[in-house]
Design a protein around this ligand. Structure first.
Ligand code: DQA
Length: 146
C-alpha cells in the first residue's frame, strides 16, 4: 500500500513559526514522525512539501495510478485553493486532511476547508499525532474495515 503525504506552505518552518500554535518541533521531526508512523502501519510513504500551489496540484495529478491514498495538510491553501480541491476530486484517490492546530478555534478565514471537501476524514488540532491517525484511518478504509 502506497501513500503520498503532502505538506503545504510554511510547514517547512515548523519549530520557528508561531511555536505557541504549531509547537517547537521542526519539520525534520515531523517527517521522521510520519515515516515512523507509516513504517509501523506497514505502509510505503512518499513525503512531499511545497510552498507552491501549482506544485501541489502537479503532485496530486501525478499520484493518479501510483498511490493508494493521500494524506494532505494543505496549510494556508486549505482555505483558498479550489485548484487543490479539484485535483483531489479529479484523481479520486482516497484522501485524509490533517491540521496540526485546531483551525476550528482560530480566525474566521480558517473556517472553510476546500481540500476537506474532497477528503474522507479530517484530523484537526492533534499535532503530529493527526498524521498517524490519518495513516491508520486510510489503511483501515482501503482494507475495507471502515
Ligand atoms: C495549518 C492551519 C492553517 O490554517 C495554516 O495556514 C497552516 C497550518 C495547520 O496544520 O494547523 O499553515 O494547516
Amino acid at each position: 500500500m502506497k501513500f503520498l503525504i503532502i505538506n503545504g506552505p510554511n510547514l517547512n518552518l515548523l519549530g520557528l513559526r508561531e511555536p505557541d500554535i504549531y509547537g517547537r518541533q521542526d519539520f525534520k521531526a515531523l517527517e521522521q514522525f510520519i515515516r515512523d508512523a507509516c513504517a509501523a502501519a506497514g505502509v510505503e510513504a512518499t513525503l512531499f512539501q511545497s510552498n507552491h500551489e501549482g506544485a501541489i496540484v502537479d503532485v496530486i495529478q501525478q499520484a493518479y495510478g501510483n498511490y493508494d491514498g493521500i494524506v494532505i495538510n494543505p496549510a494556508a491553501y486549505t482555505h483558498t485553493s479550489v485548484a487543490i480541491l479539484d485535483a483531489l476530486k479529479a484523481v479520486s484517490i482516497p484522501a485524509v486532511e490533517v491540521h496540526l492546530s485546531d483551525v476550528t478555534k482560530r480566525e474566521s478565514f480558517r473556517q472553510i476547508s476546500y481540500a476537506g471537501m474532497a477528503c474522507i476524514k479530517s484530523y484537526i488540532g492533534l499535532g503530529f499525532e493527526g498524521y498517524r491517525q490519518a495513516v491508520l484511518y486510510l489503511k483501515d478504509y482501503l482494507e475495507g474495515r471502515i
